[in-house]
Design a protein around this ligand. Structure first.
Ligand SMILES: NC(=O)c1ccc[n+]([C@@H]2O[C@H](COP(=O)([O-])OP(=O)(O)OC[C@H]3O[C@@H](n4cnc5c(N)ncnc54)[C@H](OP(=O)(O)O)[C@@H]3O)[C@@H](O)[C@H]2O)c1
Length: 252
């Protein structure tokens, strides 16, 4: 999608109240998109509305709710759908999880990507629309302190690839992409995980953070998502990209 097409079109971003989703909402509004931001924290969404003005429409809702996915898809009919919301996993080793804490990312992150991808295909969104689902670098390596987090994020990558296949088979022209960010202390979710892994390694937080390299910020995420939307899809293969402070790289 060209920058010109993006300007004036509707982009719906989940997880817009903070972190990557907020950075992406700001970047999209910056290029003239009408951004609908969804998260549960109404006050934080209103703060962003105060910052971005009419370019931003806040919607306080639970993105894992299928009715929310259906209603908001019908109302806003987005050209760009960024599924950046995600539950913060409880940072504990396996045996200190309960099934409920172990499965929290399945019940929010996977559920969200399943419901919204389904709505995008069923409605369907217009030809040329883009759906971007947030997976994680943990999907490639595991995350031993985060219960079912890494497995849920691997499933999100599969769901995006399955949806891309269904779009192609039905000739819908909807692009489905997954993005796998590196661990970063620059968001609330990431900061809690970094602190837990530093404690487990017996390393002080500053040293551990420094060893992770230049941090991926919400601003980097915003720029990367614009790049992704504006770059034509490669001819073949499922689209999945690692996201670091250096930008996007296709997952081998
Ligand atoms: N930060 C990292 O190191 C990292 C690395 C790899 C992947 N990721 C992924 O990147 C995505 C964004 O993470 P982040 O680091 O930006 O996290 P964050 O700062 O904790 O933000 C998470 C966002 O998700 C929203 N959210 C959570 N549950 C929700 C629900 N049920 N309904 C609606 N909104 C919900 C939160 O809003 P409310 O609380 O207001 O609802 C918030 O806006 C997540 O999918 C995460 O797994 C992050």
């Amino acid at each position: 999608m060209s920058a010109q097409e993006l300007s004036g079109s509707t982009a719906l971003v989940t997880g817009a109240s903070r972190g990557f989703g907020r950075g992406i909402a700001i970047a999209l509004a910056g290029v003239g998109a009408n951004v609908v931001g969804v998260a549960r924290d109404r006050a934080r969404l209103e703060e962003l509305r105060a910052q971005l003005g009419d370019a931003f429409t806040p919607v306080a809702a639970d993105v894992a709710d299928p009715v929310v996915a259906g209603e908001l898809t019908d109302i806003y009919h987005p050209r760009v759908l960024v599924l950046a919301a995600g539950a913060a996993p409880l940072s504990r080793p396996l045996h200190r999880h309960t099934w409920e804490t172990f499965s929290s990312n399945w019940n929010t992150d996977v559920r969200q990507v399943f419901h919204w991808s389904r709505e995008a295909l069923l409605r369907p969104l217009d030809e040329g629309s883009v759906v971007i689902a947030f997976s994680s670098g943990a999907a490639l390596r595991g995350s031993p302190l985060s219960g079912g987090y890494a497995g849920s994020k691997a499933t999100i990558r599969f769901v995006a690839a399955y949806a891309a296949d269904e779009s192609e088979r039905a000739g819908l022209g909807i692009r489905f992409v997954s993005v796998l960010p590196q661990l970063t202390p620059a968001t609330e979710l990431g900061a809690a995980a970094v602190a837990a892994y530093a404690r487990r390694a017996g390393t002080d937080l500053a040293t551990f953070t420094e060893n992770l390299g230049p941090p991926l910020t919400p601003e980097h995420a915003g720029k990367a998502i614009l790049d992704l939307i504006e770059t034509p899809a490669p001819g073949e293969g499922a689209e999945a990209y690692l996201l670091t402070s250096g930008g996007l790289r296709p997952v081998p």
